[in-house]
Design a protein around this ligand. Sequence first.
Ligand SMILES: Cc1cc2nc3c(=O)[nH]c(=O)nc-3n(C[C@H](O)[C@H](O)[C@H](O)COP(=O)(O)OP(=O)(O)OC[C@H]3O[C@@H](n4cnc5c(N)ncnc54)[C@H](O)[C@@H]3O)c2cc1C
Length: 353
Amino acid sequence: MDYDIVVVGLGPAGATLARLLKSEFKVLALDKKLTCGTDGFNKPFGGLLATDSQRSFIRFNLNLPLDILTNPQIFSVKTFDIQTGLVRNYQRTYINFDRHKFDLWLKSLIPNHVDVRHNTLCKNIERIIDGYQVTFVQDGQEHVITTKYVVGADGANSMVRRMRYPNHTVRQYIAIQQWFAEQHPVPFYSCIFDNTVTNCYAWSISKDDHFIFGGAFPKKDANQKFEQLKHKLEQNGFIFGTPLKTEKCPVVYPNRWRDFHVGNEQIFLIGEAAGFISASSLEGISYAFDSAEILSKIFNDKLKNPNKAYYQRTLKLRFKLLSKIVKAKILTTPFWRKMIMKSKISHIDNIQQ
Ligand SMILES: Cc1cc2nc3c(=O)[nH]c(=O)nc-3n(C[C@H](O)[C@H](O)[C@H](O)COP(=O)(O)OP(=O)(O)OC[C@H]3O[C@@H](n4cnc5c(N)ncnc54)[C@H](O)[C@@H]3O)c2cc1C
C-alpha cells in the first residue's frame, strides 16, 4: 500500500483527524479547497461556534486566534414564529467567527508528516484486496494510489458515503444564504420558523458590517420559498437591500437513526459525511470534532477491528444526535413551538425595543 490512511476532505472533521493521527502512519489528506483566497470554497455557513465545539477546544488544548473572530459578539438569538407572530430572545454563548479563515487555520495545524494536497479533488474509490485504490486530480493531473483505510470527511454531499452506501439517501435540504450591507440599528442573530415555507428553519447573522440571511428549504421551489420568506420578514422589521452575494449548498438533515452512517470494510465516515449534524440547530462543528477525535484514538491505539470500535464509540454521539432529531420535530411543529414560546420559558425581554 502507498498509504495507511487517506482522508478525503479537510473541513473541521478531516483537518482535526489529520492533526491528531500519530506520525507513524503514512497519511494522505485530499482537499478541494484552495489554501488562500475564497475560490474553491463557497460553503454557506452560519459561522457560530457553539459551546460543545468550545469544549472540544479545551480538550485539544487550542485557543482561537483573534483574527478569526468577527464583529460583533452577540449574546442572544431572537426567535421568530411567523405564523403566530411571537418573538422571543434566548440567551446563547456562540462565538461569531469567519468560517473560511477558521477552516484554513485548522488546516494549517496539520503536522508536516501528513501529505496534504490542496486544490485536489478525490474522484473515485475502488475496493482492492486489503484496501482501496483512490483516484484524485491535483492541478489538472490524475493520480492513482492505494491505501489500507479511507476516511470520508467530505461533508454533506460525501462521495465516500455515496460509494459505500449507494442505495441509501439521507434527507437533504438546500441551504440558501444572501449577504447584504448591515443596516439594522442593533445587529442581531435570529432564528425564524415558518412552516408555510419550510419545515426546517431560517436564520440571520450580523457579521463584520454584513447582514447574512439564510434558510434551509426543501429542494422543490427553494428559491421561491426563500424570496417569499424575505418578503414576510421585511414586514417584521428586517432590512435587506441589494444582495451582495448569494450562496447555496446541500445540508444533511438527519431524520432517523439509520441516517447516521459510520462506514464499514476499512472505510470510515466522520463529520457531516456520517450525517453528524444537529437537526435542531444545524450545528455540526462539534460533531465533526468529536467524531474525528474518536477515530484518531482508534487508529492511534491500533485497535484490531477499527470499524467495529468506531461504530461502538460513536453510539453516544449518535444518541445525542437522535435527541436533536426529537427536539427538531418538536420545534418545527407549530403547536408545540407556540406552547413553548407562549410560556416565555428562558425568554429575556429587551428593555429598549
Ligand atoms: C448554511 C449552514 C449553516 C451552518 N452553520 C453552522 C454554524 O453556525 N455552526 C456550526 O457548528 N455548524 C454549522 N453548520 C454545519 C457545519 O457547516 C458542518 O456540519 C461542518 O462544516 C461539517 O464539517 P465537515 O468537516 O464534516 O464537512 P465540511 O465542512 O463540509 O468539509 C468537507 C470538506 O471536504 C472537501 N471535499 C468535499 N468533497 C471532496 C472531494 N471529492 N475531494 C476532496 N475534497 C472534498 C470540501 O472542500 C470541504 O473542505 C452549518 C451548515 C450549513 C449548511
